[in-house]
Design a protein around this ligand. Structure first.
Ligand code: SAM
Length: 242
């Protein structure tokens, strides 16, 4: 795809999904796409390599959380991988301060360098395990919002993300399908980690051929501090989710 074709495809896909995309943002997405697909030849960043699909399934999808994030919020993206949703969020929401976190140092080095190339000064990338960094005083209970896409099953995700969120803030889990059963299974764990009111929001993606891809956002309000014993060691979290 030429740069011009990419810019037009971006404009169409964002408009179909009711998002605005300026020429500057489309250009940043073009630079991001070229870099991601180039680095992807030597590092496992994404299974999606068709540009139109990248626009819909990575960029538009990442922006579905934006409407639920307040202005000037401090956001942590737990298990960001190649930078989703954090890199598109940083491009479209320059008011946010974003920490991209992942357990794989190579991917974090890629995200940090990509943010630098795109001039995203308010995005910082840190390598580490969520269950370990959540015990550091610099990060614990200190974010307005924690997001996570495609990282772990929902009960595990709650124990990994809620300790980062300040009381009054919220966690947003991005799920590809309906999540009612997962949500029911996690109710007890949510409450043990200080979570309260939980809402599931459907936000379907519309493709170029007008096909619909279903997505669900699960929003959890943080109402109490997470007890110090959470998150547990990952072997315990995965063997016996709360
Ligand atoms: N969020 C990205 C996306 O939607 O494209 C990446 C998804 S990828 C399937 C899952 C990522 O979560 C991997 O990069 C993995 O290293 C990271 N991850 C899983 N468990 C983690 C943990 N406990 N702490 C930090 N990163 C974790």
């Amino acid at each position: 795809m030429t740069e011009q074709e990419f810019m037009e495809a971006c404009e169409r896909s964002f408009a179909q999904n009711h998002f605005a995309c300026s020429a500057k943002q489309a250009k940043q997405l073009y630079v991001l796409t070229c870099r991601m697909l180039e680095v992807n030849k030597s590092m496992n960043l994404t299974a999606i390599t068709d540009e139109k699909e990248v626009i819909l399934r990575h960029y538009v999808d990442s922006l579905t959380v934006s409407a639920h994030i307040p202005q000037h919020a401090r956001v942590i993206d737990v298990g960001c991988g190649a930078g989703f949703p954090s890199l598109p969020l940083a491009i479209f929401r320059p008011d946010l301060t974003i920490l991209s976190l992942d357990g794989t140092a190579k991917r974090i080095a890629y995200v940090a360098e990509t943010a630098r190339l795109l001039g995203l000064e308010r995005l910082e990338a840190v390598a580490g395990r969520a269950e370990e960094l959540a015990n550091s005083s610099a990060y614990r209970e200190s974010f307005d919002v924690a997001t996570a896409r495609a990282v772990a099953s929902f009960p595990i995700l709650c124990e990994l993300c809620l300790p980062f969120v300040r009381v009054g803030g919220q966690m947003i889990a991005m799920k590809s399908q309906q999540a009612t059963e997962e949500l029911m299974a996690a109710k007890h764990g949510i409450s043990l980690c200080g979570g309260g009111n939980t809402t599931a929001v459907s936000c379907d993606l519309v493709s170029d051929s007008s096909e619909i891809e279903h997505r669900t956002l699960i929003l959890i309000k943080k109402i109490e501090e997470t007890p110090k014993k959470y998150p547990r060691h990952f072997s315990k979290i995965s063997k016996k989710p709360l």
